[in-house]
Design a protein around this ligand. Structure first.
Ligand code: FAD
Length: 440
């Protein structure tokens, strides 16, 4: 078995060396270059949405939680004008034709039959029903572009009961209410860790079906990735004359060392690898969508856009070439009603997690939390749309059987970039000579 969740919770014997070699030497450097391009660095997000679940207090007092939005002229015009539409100039033109026809209240007879039919189908296409997360309304005045390179994910100082409440609620989604209410939430209770509780949790989890265990492992992998980032880009020195960021080995050990975490740390790192494989698999599967000639990474600068599309295709082809892909056919493979219900339960639970992100009190953490849940949600959408991707039309006038908008594309690649960076960081933390860069 290669990183499958079939039997015991920890049955996954990931070939960590293969993944490390593939990621660190081949994929990571290419991905970093791509993510620096204009298409991928600007992400539109609404950080001011109220928390739908409780009254959230804000950590805006922490200076490292601040997010600096872009001023309007920083974002390429092509991105701004196409953002709430589809993914290419051609698609934008089609959409505006469609909107025009709707406003006139009649079908524009000057359009060809095929185009009219395509426009009607575009209209019918219900994107929301496919999504695994709730996306921000890009048209809202509260939604703003953020330059991800200028607002890196790193240590912010966000912690304590508020951060725990978020993680707690996220793991609670794993319980798939209302079927399993009153379940213990996560191993090691937040305040006093008791082995007994952890045991109850794991025996409960092992009794769950593969899909629910996979869901837990994805969330835990995301949690591990965030905590690796904050340990790797820690504020080591904060004086009036300098602020120094770097690796904090003791912070990393506190969270992942087997002895210091009663064996939990290594399991969490395995969940990170599991998440990596799931997202990698989604990238491999979505290649035909990006290969469509009508697809452009549209910023309005044709030469650059062409180069970046080529880089993206190279990365996706590399993802395809990975020899030990996760076999997701063991998940949601049933055709019956029960399997469909389960898939829907998981989609809804995941959508709830994306809503919980609006309760994160630290804006920087909220930004990256939203981006990463949207990215993972997009990966799941891809994995469960295999047939639709295979049925993608060859002509642009046919109904698209599968769609991704710019936000989904940007979040998918950036979220994977985070996981890929975490795996690359593990190599740094493993280096025996590495001590805290502050000298600790
Ligand atoms: P926490 O990480 O808060 O974990 C709480 C409990 O969950 C632990 O006691 C343990 O029992 C369990 N647990 C821990 N890790 C895992 C895992 N991988 N799998 C399963 N269970 C686990 N802080 C920053 O400095 N920078 C950021 O960018 C940042 N982003 C965040 C984004 C979100 C969405 C959230 C909710 C928090 C973010 N934080 C960030 C805060 C950070 O994740 C921790 O919550 C914080 O550092 C406090 O850590 P802790 O040691 O108290 O345990």
């Amino acid at each position: 078995c290669f990183c499958q969740v079939t039997g015991e919770l920890d049955d996954c014997a990931c070939d960590v060396e293969t993944i490390d070699g593939f990621n660190n030497e081949q994929l990571f450097p290419k991905l970093q270059t791509l993510l620096e391009s204009d298409y991928f660095r600007f992400y539109k997000v609404n950080l001011n949405k109220p928390c739908p679940f409780w009254t959230a207090s804000s950590h805006c007092g922490l200076k490292d939680c601040a997010v600096k939005p872009c001023s309007p002229n920083e974002v390429p015009e092509g991105i701004v004008s196409s953002s709430h539409n589809k993914y290419s100039e051609e698609a934008n033109e089609k959409l505006s034709e469609c909107e025009k026809a709707q406003h006139l209240g009649a079908v524009d007879v000057s359009l060809s039959y095929e185009t009219r039919e395509a426009l009607q189908n575009w209209n019918k296409y219900d994107e929301e029903a496919e999504r695994f997360c709730v996306v921000d309304d890009e048209g809202s005045p509260d939604s703003q572009y953020v330059d991800l390179l200028l607002n890196p994910e790193r240590f912010t100082g966000y912690k304590g009961p508020e951060a725990w409440q978020i993680w707690n609620s996220i793991y609670e989604e794993n319980c798939f209410k209302p079927y399993t209410i009153n379940r213990p939430l996560i191993p090691n209770s937040f305040h006093s860790s008791s082995g007994g509780e952890a045991k109850t949790f794991y025996s409960w989890l092992e009794g769950q079906c593969v899909e629910k265990r996979a869901f837990y492992r994805l969330v835990s992998g995301l949690h591990a990735s965030i905590n690796i980032h904050l340990s790797a880009r820690y504020l080591l020195d904060d004086t009036w004359f300098q602020r120094k960021w770097g690796h904090n080995v003791s912070e990393f050990r506190q969270r992942f060392d087997s002895e210091l975490t009663a064996g939990e740390g290594p399991k969490r790192l395995r969940n990170l690898y599991f998440l990596y494989l799931i997202e990698l698999r989604a990238l491999a599967k979505v290649l035909p969508f990006f290969q469509q000639p009508t697809f452009h990474l549209y910023t309005g600068r044709p030469k650059e856009d062409k180069k970046h599309k080529e880089q993206l295709l190279q990365i996706l082809q590399l993802a395809r070439s990975f020899p030990l892909h996760f076999d997701e056919t063991s998940l949601f493979s049933g055709e019956n009603k029960e399997a469909a219900n389960l898939r829907e339960d998981i989609r809804l639970a995941f959508r709830n997690i994306s809503k919980i992100m609006d309760c994160v009190g630290c804006f920087k953490c909220r930004l990256w939390g939203k981006l990463q849940t949207q990215g993972l949600g997009t990966a799941l959408k891809i994995l469960f749309s295999e047939q639709q991707i295979e049925a993608l039309p060859t002509s642009s006038n046919q109904r698209p059987s599968f769609q991704l908008n710019r936000q989904e594309i940007v979040s998918l690649l950036n979220a994977f970039g985070r996981i890929s960076t975490s795996i690359r960081e593990l190599k740094n933390f493993r280096r025996p000579f590495l001590t805290d860069e502050a000298g600790g």
